[in-house]
Design a protein around this ligand. Structure first.
Ligand SMILES: Cc1cc2nc3c(=O)[nH]c(=O)nc-3n(C[C@H](O)[C@H](O)[C@H](O)COP(=O)(O)OP(=O)(O)OC[C@H]3O[C@@H](n4cnc5c(N)ncnc54)[C@H](O)[C@@H]3O)c2cc1C
Length: 471
């Protein structure tokens, strides 16, 4: 048992949701794949393989596919099920079956663990509310040990047990720990093979989409999910865009960023793998540093916000100073008031805002700089900050391919509720929350070209994937 005790012993990346050593009579090790949807570079899966190899047991990957994930739309499911093809392929190379069953993971996983005679279940961490609820229920249902690995951050979240105030408070701590955690993740094959693993759905994306019967916001053709696509994007980014990232990242026409956020959201690529590839590239140091600041410091600050602030999805989760100043300006006249329906339909007086909204609806993405402007204008054009918060989050989560992510909660809270920001000079409606004007935003980049580009996408004149549109 020595090796097992070492593998399951205390570690900042590991949480014992149901502590104990694996059942000696077990017939398998089950990895519950939820957030880390990849067959390689996956520390949670690798722990399951190491435990299986140490015990001489085969490993099974269990995946519960539910049509009821709050806010998820047809476009998100297509992205997810396309990604399962790569997961199955990568797992096959390691001698591990992927068993997908339709249903909520908190029902599917305990049932499959029983059926497979699991000695232990190992899962990945997910700080969002639904993710935590599922994990709590699985821990209650299982009769065998259950461990969770924090596989989708570079520095484990357990190093930050309370809510961080801003990037400047978490940054030095992350930087101090990077040497310890920014290391390659060695993938090993499973040594023991299954004779006959439990049955699951065929990994056929079209058939899975039919079986799920999800409706909602339409799919986005050409915006493909999966680990292969994520790695292709990463290579393209490092070669063509990273060497200008520090200077051009605020340029939306065309994008100069990595466009990996949706793949990161679905766990189809590991942030550690991205960070290592970027760090080893020949790009100038300032570009590498600027990128790692977003990928690690900003992204993990968002994870900290969601993990440690139970009101992360409402104005109540924003700092007191911001809520007070917004309340003091609640009665200020607004230049315009739009309903949620008008905003969704991009029917405002502002051509730049409409273009950003339309880009999101049509392509499932919006550039970071425009996201800030977009959310701040919603605050300006709705009756109060609570309403603005909920409209912005709802639109973000339904239309953005990377929606429903910690970054989305932090982004909306930053724009509307001053989260992770500081007070600015006072002005109407916003009080001391940072303001962004049409004029200054318009001047930051060629906004006429951006608006024309979105219009061309609307008319079907150009592909919306910047990779296929040049560069
Ligand atoms: C109002 C608003 C809503 C947002 N909603 C989301 C969302 O739903 N999902 C989402 O992933 N991001 C969201 N963001 C953050 C940011 O806009 C996106 O992560 C970024 O635009 C994704 O593009 P990229 O992958 O090309 O980024 P890159 O510039 O290539 O950055 C690399 C990675 O770093 C992370 N990152 C970049 N910018 C930020 C940031 N400001 N905060 C935290 N992490 C960041 C992302 O994971 C990103 O993929 C939002 C920001 C705002 C202001």
């Amino acid at each position: 048992m020595d090796r097992l005790e070492r593998l399951l012993g205390p570690h900042p990346r590991l949480r014992a949701a149901r502590p104990g050593l694996p059942e000696p009579g077990g017939r398998s090790v089950v990895y519950w794949m939820q957030r880390a949807q990849r067959g390689v570079d996956n520390g949670a899966l690798n722990l399951a393989v190491a435990v299986g190899n140490a015990m001489g047991l085969p490993v099974l990957v269990a995946f519960g596919l539910t049509a009821d994930y709050p806010g998820a739309q047809r476009r998100h499911y297509r992205f997810l099920v396309d990604g399962l093809v790569d997961v199955e392929d990568d797992l096959r190379r390691r001698g591990i079956p992927l068993v997908v069953r339709l249903g909520s993971p908190d029902a599917v996983v305990p049932a499959l663990a029983r059926e497979a005679g699991a000695a232990i279940v190992i899962g990945d961490e997910n700080p969002v509310r639904v993710g935590q609820q599922w994990r709590d229920r699985v821990a209650r249902e299982l009769r065998v040990p259950f461990y969770l690995v924090d596989a989708d951050v570079v520095v484990p979240s357990s190093h930050f047990p309370t809510e961080e105030y801003a990037a400047r408070t978490i940054r030095p701590r992350i930087h101090r720990l990077l040497g310890e955690y920014l290391r390659p993740i060695p993938d090993h094959p499973a040594r023991v093979k299954w004779d006959e693993p439990p049955a699951g759905e065929a990994i056929d994306p079209d058939r899975l989409m039919e079986a799920l019967r999800v409706g909602g916001v339409a799919e986005v053709s050409g915006y493909r999910g999966g680990s292969r696509e994520a790695k292709r994007r990463l290579r393209q980014f490092i070669e063509h865009r990273l060497p200008r990232y520090a200077e051009e990242r605020n340029e939306p026409t065309p994008y100069s960023t990595s466009e990996l956020s949706a793949h990161l959201h679905f766990g189809q690529i590991s942030p550690i793998a991205i960070a290592l590839a970027v760090s080893r590239s020949e790009a100038p140091r300032e570009d590498i540093d600027a990128y790692l600041e977003e990928l690690i410091v900003r992204r993990e600050l968002s994870v900290n916000f969601v993990a440690r602030n139970r009101d992360h999805d409402r104005l109540a989760g924003c700092p007191d100073w911001a809520r007070r100043t917004l309340a003091a300006h609640a009665g200020d006249p607004r230049p315009a008031i739009y309903s949620a329906r008008q905003l969704e339909a991009a029917e405002t007086h502002d051509p730049l805002w409409n273009a950003a909204q339309l880009e999101m609806v049509l392509t499932g993405r919006m550039h970071n700089y425009l996201r800030m402007y977009w959310a701040k204008k919603i605050l300006e054009w709705t009756p109060d900050a609570e309403t603005a918060f909920s409209i912005a989050l709802d639109l973000n989560d339904r239309y953005e391919m990377d929606g429903r992510d910690p970054n989305g909660y932090a982004g909306v809270a930053w724009a509307i509720g001053g989260k992770h920001d500081r007070p600015w000079p006072e002005r109407p409606i916003f009080g001391t929350v940072r303001f962004m004007s049409y004029e200054s935003t318009r001047r930051k980049f060629d906004s006429a070209a951006y608006i024309a580009r979105v219009e061309a996408i609307r008319r079907g004149g150009i592909a919306h994937d910047p990779d296929s549109a040049g560069r």
